[in-house]
Design a protein around this ligand. Sequence first.
Ligand code: ATP
Ligand code: MN
Length: 454
Amino acid sequence: MTNLKKYNDKRNFTKTNEPKGKVSKTKKKTLKYVIQHHLARKDHYDLRLEYNGVFVSFAVPKGPSFDPKDKRLAVKVEDHPLSYGNFEGTIPKGEYGAGTVMLFDTGTWRPIKDTKVNFKNGPIKFYIHGKRLQGAWALVPFKDEKYLLIKEKDEFVNKNNINKYKTSIKTGRTMKEISDNAPEDIELTSPDKIIFKNGKVTKKDIYDYYKKVSKYMMPYLDNRIISTVRRPDGEDNFFMKHLNNESKNLGIKKIRNKEDENSDYYYFKNATGLLEEVQMNSFEFHIWGAKQNKINNPDILVFDLDPDEGLSLAKVRRGVKDLKQILDKLKLTSYLKTSGGKGYHIYVPINSVSWKKLEKIAKDVANILLETYPDRYTINMRKENRKGKIFIDYFRNKKGATSVCPYSLRLKDKATVSLPIKWSELDKIKPDSITIKNIDKYLKRKDPWASFFN
Ligand code: ATP
Ligand code: MN
């Protein structure tokens, strides 16, 4: 039996933001793994391995080493709740573990041989499937609660020092950024960090951009569950469904997934929430077709036209026009935006319907298009069915699916924008031609989507 009494007794939850300890009832096949870099009285790394609904936890003063020759001391500490695996932030002065906690690595683990693990008698040999740590590892007990953490020989052995990883695997923040993050007013850290090499677009440029467009963008973000794309190091992109920024400007909505687990989804309560996410290195924003307070009644129908590689822009535009004609015939008022990538997106605001109904409408429209021009379109997701055709992606209309929010930047090579445009501009504006640099003249004109919410 596991319990988290020790964990709870050590902490005062009126003072610390750490999660309260509750043993999870899980029957999942995969076991979570996490390492947190914890700058407390002493700098160390906490290795946590899910077992029986809790994280069995070890404090590793020097952190793991990728070299099998190094034996790193690991001291077993009290079990932690699985919710601790999302915790990143600061623990206030005077509280247990006071200091800064950064999510260093996340993933899954599994024992190599046994299904039952005896953490007392060991040695425990196991695989880690993380982002920074991988392959086979061993925990060898040697005295009381003391163990040695050793990398086993395999292809993941290397000469890297873990010190080379200075940022959070989840938010891209450094230790300093985490401890500086004042929740009240946004302090933009690393303003000069280059996010787009092409055009030398910095984090500050992006922050200023969102500040400028927030008044246009917020109506589309309003109460909608968001996913974001983060580019913390200015290079790699991370698509995030679950944020971990505790803020009064961010709303949390619990949604049950297919595995019947509740997970936390997020929505912005105001433009400050959006800007706080930019500070957290989220530069691209995707939205659901439903609002969080009407989660089973979507009110936006979306069509995404994905052309086969190399298909001419003329054909893409023809596709958009074909679709518009069908929507017109069905008396569905549609709105056009650039995707900021290879295509265009068409939104149709509708009176709330069920997800089933929404998908049915989308599928019917796609089928009409397909029957009218069988050589031009496909509704099959597989790339090999797309030869010379456009894929009508109506699957965006399922619960949980997202599309990029109007006015969002795209984390492509250059800083393109997914911008609402007039139907009459379809032939003039390329899907990726509006960028952070040239958007101003489009913002000055009358909003082409002004009647969207009427
Ligand atoms: P393009 O015009 O280049 O096709 P797009 O926005 O339509 O641009 P797609 O690749 O067709 O890009 O569609 C991606 C959509 O899928 C996004 O709008 C996003 O909401 C959703 N999505 C789901 N998971 C991911 C992910 N891991 N990364 C990026 N997008 C994702
Ligand atoms: Mn697309």
